[in-house]
Design a protein around this ligand. Structure first.
Ligand SMILES: Nc1ncnc2c1ncn2[C@@H]1O[C@H](COP(=O)(O)OP(=O)(O)OP(=O)(O)O)[C@@H](O)[C@H]1O
Ligand SMILES: [Mg+2]
Length: 258
């Protein structure tokens, strides 16, 4: 097993406020992890920190990606190393068409919307008219999510973080998005052939019907409070809520250790 992402004792401040505390997380090549946690516990903060956004100040700990200490690398260098992300709330970009963004993500020289681009967009039910619109300007909630996944499909990074890819998405599009995520993360290949890795944040867990994860984590107050098998953790959260799930999780770990 090769470690793709290794986070040790990570502590992060945003605007002088400590949001993540002594967080530890390891993701190996070929693995998909899912991250649950209540609103405001720090899930998006973790992803923005991994991608290196300047507002997220690491005050302690380390992040190693593919064996490289990335703490001081700017976001573009991290992307070059093979990271990608679908954002919870991506910005509107006036004057830049979605088609241009997809061409850039794919590293293509073409500036036009050609047959290849149209075929790629079609996989996400995205039309030519839509490719000609400014990125995220007036997109519906579900359209934003599909446009994010389309850009990732063009970029095809080795490690992909998905921040609530299913929120606000209708049932049919969840299945569509889940299928593409599975493909992006090599889930359709045999375990020994899987080269990609991923980290998925979700509240509903419904996306997990279409993409199987290897491990699940529950975050509380800026820390990974417990980890386990995705099906068990999901069921536990749905039945008992986050805090009780963590309590039960810890109790069963203690019993196991005795
Ligand atoms: N720029 C900022 N200034 C002040 N506080 C911030 C800033 N950015 C994030 N925070 C705070 O950090 C905490 C964690 O936010 P984060 O977005 O990581 O939560 P989350 O777990 O992703 O929640 P959700 O499930 O609602 O998306 C919140 O209390 C939020 O208000
Ligand atoms: Mg969030």
């Amino acid at each position: 097993m090769v470690v793709m992402l290794e986070i040790k004792d990570l502590t992060v401040e945003v605007e002088g406020k400590e949001i993540l505390r002594d967080l530890n997380l390891n993701i190996e090549r070929g693995e998909v992890h899912v991250l649950f946690g209540p609103n405001g516990c720090g899930k998006t903060t973790l992803l923005m920190t991994i991608l290196g956004f300047p507002n997220y100040k690491v005050t302690r700990g380390s992040i190693t990606f593919k064996g490289v200490d990335i703490i001081n690398l700017p976001t573009n260098e991290r992307v070059k190393l093979g990271m990608g992300m679908s954002f919870q709330h991506p910005p509107e970009i006036r004057g830049v068409k979605l088609g241009d963004m997809v061409n850039i993500a794919q590293g293509r020289k073409e500036e036009k919307i050609d047959e290849d681009l149209i075929a790629l967009a079609k996989r996400l039910n995205i039309s030519v008219d839509f490719l000609n619109r400014d990125v995220n300007l007036g997109f519906s909630g579900g359209e934003v999510k599909r446009s994010e996944i389309l850009q990732l499909l063009a970029q095809s990074p080795d490690f992909i973080m998905f921040d609530e890819p299913d929120s606000g998405v209708d049932v049919e599009n969840i299945e569509l998005i889940g299928g593409i995520m599975s493909e992006l993360l090599d889930r359709n290949k045999r375990p020994s052939k899987r080269k990609k890795a991923g980290l998925i944040i979700t509240h509903s867990g419904s996306i997990m019907r279409y993409i199987k994860a290897d491990r699940a984590h529950v975050m509380l107050e800026g820390r990974i409070a417990c980890s386990g098998m995705p099906d068990e953790i999901t069921k536990n959260i749905m039945e008992n809520g986050f805090e009780k799930c963590v309590e039960l999780c810890k109790r069963s770990e203690e019993v196991g250790a005795e």
